[in-house]
Structure formats: structure tokens, C-alpha cells
Design a protein around this ligand. Structure first.
Ligand SMILES: [Zn+2]
Length: 576
């Protein structure tokens, strides 16, 4: 079919670029059989791409607008089952994890009043990497609301895969901003999933360590965190070494895969597939959250890996094939033309569509001119590979050994732990169906998966109708949730850890000529202690303290909408 944008006249092409022929997305029946086609929901808060951290700040929300334009341009919206413009998260929802005082601060601070709020700005680390920008709080509420909405749809069983490219801000701590992240939508979404899912697996393929999520669940055996990242001790955030494996009940439920510069597709996919296969086999997650930070791509403005978009997408494809309810989130990614290509390709992977290498025509064509409007530009081989097969084998063997502690023991983690729904929901109104969910306790999560699978088993192609218009239980509850009365929490509980040499440095980007992402040395002490997940997770852990966990830790434990771009949106690509 010839599209209007493929008109043969030169001036009919967008921005007068002769883009050649291009097509639209085509389903590939050989990859995804109709009877197993997952229900995919896509969450894009309208306007989320219009915020600005600052002209020279590497984090550019505009990448989300580009991504959405390509997704639409390829016609993927016709293959996604449900497109949502989710409502922003409420303050109460943000405070399901974050400190009240911190959220209050975020809601009040503006570029105009930041001088008089200087003390609090320092207290909450909204300096350097995390500047105060116009409508910052609204931005946070939007991306967090989208992740929460995705988690609720997964809990309700109205979708199998939920996508929110505006989320994935994995560095934010309970009481402070970090690494371009102010609110940790991932932690909020996982807390939501834990209402129904006994075990949540978190996978992070951003080049930076997923420290904020790891920290939140470091003591929990209901959330397994696995982060693949560059680790040197100096590279931001300075955490995530191989032997950091969780603590207390969470011991062995945290895995780190530290990598070096220049890792290529083959090596990355080998270590990723080995570790994730082993982890899924040992942990049996009932849902998975996948953070798809695109700064692990080759040629990223801040990254130093050599991954192609195809390899990055293969990680997503590999996780998808476990057929476990899946929340897919964005994250880092600073060469925005490639970020948008990557997340568009991964959207296609998740819906089982095969899309051509020629990008569809959009008003953003100038962003993609340098690589002739290809979806898969050459990104690899620019950085020398500092990893060796031996170093990677050491990592995979080490992780396999750690996972034995999950498989070998009559582990509490493998049992269906009844969530403390009585306590959790005591202050909320419930309808009969909700009470039914409570009686189901932990099996509610399992039951939902069964239901989801059953629906897919009888999935009747694109004309199949699901119950998505039915309000979800969680949404109904949310409106009557009582504000948490915890007030101010002790400082330090949500802090990151200092690295070994006592510094908390970020990566060195001096040669780039862009504002440093290096965090200044803190004058205040940073504790190495991990935050005990509070609220529901803490309660679950408390419940499980009564159970016999000796066998787990016993003996010989291993240590350890399209709009024209504006000038300010133009990315300054300094990466090679
Ligand atoms: Zn990152």
C-alpha cells in the first residue's frame, strides 16, 4: 500500500527529505501463534515528552515523544490491544514508598522558589544531576502513574504485557533524588504487583546499576532483583558488585552482573540468557518487571557498551517468552534518536510484529537523517571490549552457585506466602469480589495468571474482546486509600551506599563537554545499611520471620500525539 507520505514528489516528503520507500508493520505469524498471543497494553501519559530538565542536561523527555511518534508511525498502535493515557499518580500513591516530607518538597519546589528552598534542595539531593525544573512534580506524577496503571492491569489480569516507556527511573531513593530520577516508579509498581503476586522478578538492563530498586527490596525474598550494568566502583552509582546479594530474609534474592566497557552483542546475550534462565528456573516469578534502559546501547551519550538495538531487543524477547505477566519500562538512554528506535523496536517485539528497517515518515525525520532513517543503525564496535569470556564465565558460575540456595532449600520463597491482605486493606472499602480476592490470599496472583493464560488459550485474533473496560479492583480501592500517617522518616533509610573508597562519584564525562553527572562528594554520611522495605513488604517479611529460614541461610553460604520539535529539544550528540 502506498502511503500519503510516500508521495513521489520531492516536496511532498516530510521536511523535503528523500527517504525512499518504507512500509508499515506486518505481523509475523511464525513468531507468535494466535492462541498464545499476549494482551499488550501501552501506557503513554499525554504530554510526558514535553518536559525539560534543562537545555544541556542529557536526560531529554523528548525521547518519549520520538518513541511514541515511531510507534504510531509504524502502525503498532493497531496491534497493541489497549492504548492508555493514564492519570498522574496521586501524592498518596507516591507516598506508598517515598517519604512524606520528600514528596511534599517535590510538590512545592519550583524554579522560582528554589532560592528560598535551597536547604531542602540540598537535603533531598535535587542538585547537579537532579535539577529543579518547571513542572517537575507533574512529570514525576505522570510517569509514576503510568507504571502504577500498568501494574494494576497486570494484577487485574486485563493484560499480559504492560509497556510504559516513560517509567523505569531506577535510581530514586525513598527520601531523595538520584541520577536524573526523582520518584521511583519501579518500586511503586512492584509494591502494587505484590498485592497479588507472591514473587516478582525485577530485571534491569540499563548500563547503570538499578540501585534504587535493589535498595528498596534488599531485605525481601518476594522480590528478586537482577541488574546487568557497568561496574568499576567509580561509574555511577558506584554500587552493584557481584557479591552484593541481599540481606536478612532477602539474602540470595538480589543478583548483580557487573560488566566492563565495550561488551558486545554475543557476550551480553550469552550472560543475560544464562543468568535469567537460571534465575527464572530457581525463583519461579509470578510476574516480571523489565527495566529497558537504552544507555546500554552502543553510541550512547553517557554509556560505554557496544550493544545493537537488535541485541537489546532480544533481551526483551527472551523475557517475553517466559509467558509471565510482564511490566516493561524505559529508563536511561541519552542518544535520543537511538533510544526511540530501540523502544519502538521493543514495542514491536512485545506485540509480535515484524517491522521494516525503514523508519516511517514522521515530523521528526531530521533526527534520523544521519543514518538514512534506518531502525537499526550501526552502533557497535566503537568501544574496545574489556570483557573476556573467562570473566563472564566467572560471573555466570558464581550466580548459578548463589541460586542453589533458592533451589536446594525448602525455601520460604518457594511457598505461597499469604500476603497480609487483612492488615493491608483494613482501612479500605471492599466489595464482595475484593473479599473473594482476600480469601484467595496468595493464590489470587496465581489465579490471575491462570485466568490470563486461559483467555489467551481461546484468544480469537484481533476481534477478540476482553474485559478491559471493567474497572479494576485496585483502581477502585485506590480512591479510598487512607493517607499514610507515617510522617517524616528517619533520614538515611533510603540512601544509596558509599562505594569502597568512601566516594559516591558518578561517571566521568568530562571529555564530553556536557554537565557532569558526577555527584559531588557528600559532606553528610551515607550509610551502607539497606532500607527495610516498609509498609506491606515489611509486613510480609515480618510474617515470614516466624518461619524456618535456617535452611535458606544455613551453612556454607556464598559471600557476599505528534508535534513539531522545538529548538530546545535538539539533542547535542557528543557520543561517537
Ligand atoms: Zn542509566
Amino acid at each position: 500500500m502506498v502511503r500519503a507520505s510516500q508521495a513521489t514528489t520531492f516536496s511532498a516528503s516530510a521536511y523535503f527529505d528523500d527517504r525512499g520507500a518504507h512500509g508499515t508493520a506486518q505481523p509475523i505469524s511464525e513468531r507468535v501463534l494466535p492462541h498464545s498471543r499476549p494482551i499488550v497494553s501501552y501506557f503513554f501519559p499525554k504530554g510526558v515528552g514535553e518536559f525539560h530538565y534543562g537545555e544541556r542536561h542529557p536526560m531529554k523527555p523528548h525521547r518519549l515523544t520520538l518513541t511514541n511518534a515511531l510507534v504510531m508511525g509504524y502502525g503498532l498502535d493497531k496491534q497493541i490491544h489497549h492504548m492508555y493515557n493514564p492519570r498522574p499518580a496521586t501524592q498518596e500513591e507516591l507516598e506508598m514508598y517515598h517519604d512524606h516530607d520528600y514528596v511534599e518538597f517535590l510538590s512545592r519546589v519550583t524554579p522560582n522558589n528554589q532560592l528560598e528552598m535551597r536547604h531542602l534542595i540540598d537535603t533531598f539531593n535535587c542538585v547537579e544531576d537532579c535539577p529543579i525544573f518547571s513542572e517537575m512534580y507533574e512529570f514525576c506524577r505522570m510517569y509514576a502513574g503510568a507504571s502504577l496503571a500498568g501494574a494494576r492491569k497486570l494484577c487485574a489480569g486485563t493484560c499480559d504485557t504492560a509497556i510504559n516507556w516513560s517509567g523505569g527511573l531506577h535510581h530514586a531513593k525513598r527520601g531523595e533524588a538520584s541520577g536524573f530520577c526523582y520518584v521511583n516508579d519501579i518500586v511503586l509498581a512492584i509494591l502494587e504487583l505484590l498485592r497479588y503476586h507472591p514473587r516478582v522478578l525485577y530485571i534491569d538492563i540499563d548500563i547503570h546499576h538499578g540501585d534504587g530498586v535493589e535498595l528498596a527490596f534488599y531485605h525481601s525474598n518476594r522480590v528478586m532483583t537482577v541488574s546487568f550494568h557497568k561496574y568499576t566502583g567509580e561509574f555511577f552509582p558506584g554500587t552493584g558488585k557481584l557479591d552484593d546479594n541481599g540481606a536478612n530474609l532477602g539474602k540470595h534474592f538480589c543478583l548483580n552482573v557487573p560488566l566492563q566497557d565495550g561488551i558486545d552483542d554475543e557476550m551480553y546475550l550469552t550472560v543475560f540468557k544464562t543468568v535469567i534462565e537460571d534465575t527464572v528456573t530457581a525463583f519461579h516469578p509470578t510476574s516480571i518487571v523489565l527495566q529497558c534502559g537504552a544507555d546500554s546501547l552502543g553510541c550512547d551519550r553517557l554509556g560505554a557498551f557496544n550493544l545493537s538495538i537488535a541485541a537489546h531487543g532480544e533481551c526483551v524477547n527472551f523475557v517475553r517468552k517466559f509467558n509471565v505477566p510482564l511490566l516493561v519500562l524505559g529508563g536511561g538512554g541519552y542518544t535520543i534518536k537511538n533510544v526511540s528506535r530501540c523502544w519502538t523496536y521493543e514495542t514491536a517485539v512485545l506485540v509480535g510484529a515484524d517491522i521494516p528497517d525503514e523508519l516511517p515518515a514522521t515530523v521528526y525525520d531530521p533526527f534520523f537523517r544521519d543514518s538514512q532513517w534506518k531502525l537499526h543503525p550501526p552502533l557497535t564496535g566503537r568501544v574496545e571490549n574489556q570483557n573476556s569470556p573467562a570473566s563472564l564465565q566467572k560471573i555466570t558460575v558464581s550466580i548459578r552457585n548463589k541460586l542453589r540456595y533458592l533451589q536446594g532449600a525448602p525455601s520460604v520463597a518457594m511457598q505461597e506466602i499469604p500476603p497480609d491482605l487483612e492488615g493491608l486493606l483494613a482501612d479500605e472499602e471492599k466489595n464482595p469480589e475484593e473479599k473473594d480476592e482476600e480469601r484467595g490470599t496468595a493464590f489470587a496472583g496465581e489465579g490471575r495468571i491462570d485466568r490470563s493464560m486461559a483467555r489467551n488459550e481461546y484468544f480469537d485474533g484481533d476481534n477478540d474482546v476482553d474485559q478491559d473496560d471493567v474497572p479494576t479492583l485496585s483502581c477502585a480501592r485506590r480512591s479510598v486509600r487512607r493517607p499514610r500517617g507515617s510522617g517524616r522518616r528517619a533520614r538515611g533509610r533510603g540512601r544509596g551506599r558509599a562505594n569502597l573508597n568512601g566516594r559516591d562519584d558518578g561517571e566521568d564525562v568530562e571529555e564530553s563537554g556536557v554537565p557532569s553527572t558526577t555527584k559531588p562528594p557528600k559532606t553528610r554520611n551515607r550509610t551502607r545499611s539497606r532500607a527495610k522495605p516498609r509498609g506491606r513488604v515489611a509486613e510480609k517479611d515480618k510474617d515470614m520471620e516466624d518461619m524456618d529460614v535456617d535452611n535458606v541461610d544455613g551453612g556454607g553460604e556464598p559471600e557476599s500525539g505528534l508535534e513539531p520539535m522545538t529548538p530546545v529539544d535538539i539533542d547535542i550528540d557528543i557520543a561517537v
